[in-house]
Design a protein around this ligand. Structure first.
Ligand code: FE2
Ligand code: FE2
Length: 305
């Protein structure tokens, strides 16, 4: 009989022993190089994006499917789509800034698997996204909205769980953003330049999400073996809270105010509780990420708001 001597931290370090994982990482690295885009030089910024065009698909608006949408004219809905787009892009600015900082902190840590080469591409791509989303918000909205998303990452977890949770938060954030990118980027009604921004973003994000699925599949069991029961429970609560905050951030009161819709705080509350919106969160917006998390044994509620 042999004694189990491997320490959990070593387990995390050995993720890159798996040839399937390593070859996926190499493929993603290859694609990042092959599809490299010099976004800083390539984007041609128009003087303006017209206010009387759609900035997001009408089906992506936070009032969609509710009686509130019916009280608004098409012109008002288009105006709302502008500020909802600025909000979605502002959330990307905020999330990508945190993501770059957290990913940079993992680089060359001696107790982590050898994923640095791809992480460099990940950070490189997010750095460009952060720049073009911030530039878009300032040029066409004159502002970047700020949400109350801070503070979710600061709980103390063991190294293995901290690693898993970092990539789980990134994955959930990217899946939510990806939902907007895919729909608006493929919608002819959306103003062409805005559509292009969604498409440019999604081209990189599809790889990031593939990476997220791979690293989460590899690290989930290691993290949950290393954690004690209380920590496991805290980890699930942490992800649930992250998900809830991410959904709430899509109902930013300032975007209703900037669209000329009064009572933004009350409207946000009513929309978050609205059955049509709650059904949308579970059945559409979060469908893919919740299914994936469930498949790796992490049960999260899309309707815990
Ligand atoms: Fe991004
Ligand atoms: Fe990304």
């Amino acid at each position: 009989m042999t004694l189990q001597t491997a320490m959990p931290a070593e387990e995390l370090q050995r993720i890159d022993d798996d040839p399937v994982f390593v070859s996926r990482l190499e493929k993603l690295t290859h694609l990042s190089r092959e599809r490299y885009v010099n976004t800083f030089a390539d984007i041609e910024w128009p003087d303006a994006v017209p206010d009387d065009e759609w900035w997001l698909s009408p089906e992506l608006l936070s009032v969609h499917g509710t009686e509130y949408a019916e009280t608004l004219s098409e012109a008002q809905l288009k105006r709302l789509s502008k500020w909802e787009c600025i909000n979605a892009f502002s959330l990307n600015v905020e999330g990508e800034r945190e993501l770059i900082s957290a990913l940079s902190a993992q680089l060359y840590a001696p107790d982590l698997p050898n994923i640095e080469t791809y992480i460099h591409h990940f950070i490189d791509e997010e750095n460009k996204h952060l720049w073009f989303f911030a530039e878009f918000c300032r040029r066409y909205g004159g502002k970047i909205y700020s949400s109350k998303k801070m503070g979710v990452a600061n709980e103390a977890f063991c190294r293995e769980m901290g690693f898993f949770l970092l990539f789980a938060r990134i994955f959930l954030f990217e899946e939510i953003g990806g939902y907007y990118n895919v729909i608006a980027g493929g919608d002819d009604r959306v103003s062409p330049f805005v559509r292009t921004i969604h498409q440019v973003h999604h081209a990189d994000e599809a790889r990031h999400i593939t990476f997220g699925r791979a690293i989460l599949s590899q690290s989930k069991d290691i993290a949950f073996r290393a954690a004690d029961p209380a920590e496991r429970e805290a980890a699930l609560a942490h992800l649930q809270r992250f998900l809830t905050i991410s959904i709430e951030a899509l109902y930013q009161p300032a975007m209703y105010r900037d669209s000329g819709i009064p009572g933004g705080v009350a409207l946000r509350r009513q929309l978050l509780a609205h059955p049509a919106r709650r059904a949308h969160h579970v059945a559409a917006l979060l469908k893919r990420p919740l299914k994936f998390m469930n498949d790796i044994g992490i049960r999260l509620e899309g309707d815990a708001l």
